[in-house]
Design a protein around this ligand. Structure first.
Ligand code: ZN
Length: 173
């Protein structure tokens, strides 16, 4: 951003020795994402607005969500911290907190996605358990078959052999 602004100012006014600063009157805040523009403190130069955040890729038309806002909600939904507590932490750390309405808005959008993802994850777990059960069933069948065969073999061998010692007892006269 700054490289672009310096280059632009050199094209507009090569002899200006002004310093850049944020134009706070133009500042825009969406949750925890900021849009800013730079101004020269000695001339009328104003840059275009710059997103100071990364956007989430989307095929939908209109403003794209900021990664930081979505990431924050994912984090909040995986911890017991409420949005009110998060705002208090921000304020205690001297960080401008996102508004309650913007947090709520992003939370609603994220909840649906998390629910969808959880359902997909459950489906994957179910498929995995099915596979394990089917595999375990096959192994059990194989073991039962082997055991039956061994039992039959032992039984057949046992038939050919006297169960008790049939030798006549020796009479001592
Ligand atoms: Zn200037």
């Amino acid at each position: 951003m700054w490289n672009e602004v310096f280059r632009e100012l050199q094209n507009v006014s090569q002899h200006c020795n002004g310093l850049f600063e944020w134009d706070l009157s133009m500042e825009e805040k969406w949750g925890s994402a900021w849009r800013e523009c730079a101004k020269c403190n000695q001339s009328i130069y104003r840059s275009k607005m710059f997103n100071l955040y990364e956007e989430v890729a989307s095929i939908k038309r209109g403003r794209r969500a900021a990664k930081i806002n979505l990431g924050l909600q994912v984090g909040l939904q995986h911890t017991p911290i409420s949005t009110a507590s998060y705002r208090k932490i921000c304020m205690a750390s001297n960080i401008p907190p996102p508004s309650v309405s913007s947090l709520q808005h992003t939370s609603n959008a994220i909840s649906e996605k998390i629910e969808e993802e959880n359902m997909r994850d459950l489906q994957r777990q179910r498929e995995k358990i099915k596979r394990i059960k089917s595999y375990a069933g096959k192994i059990l069948m194989l073991l039962t078959f082997k055991l039956t065969v061994y039992t039959i073999i032992i039984f057949i061998l046992a038939l050919g052999r006297p169960l008790f010692n049939q030798q006549p007892s020796v009479l001592i006269l």
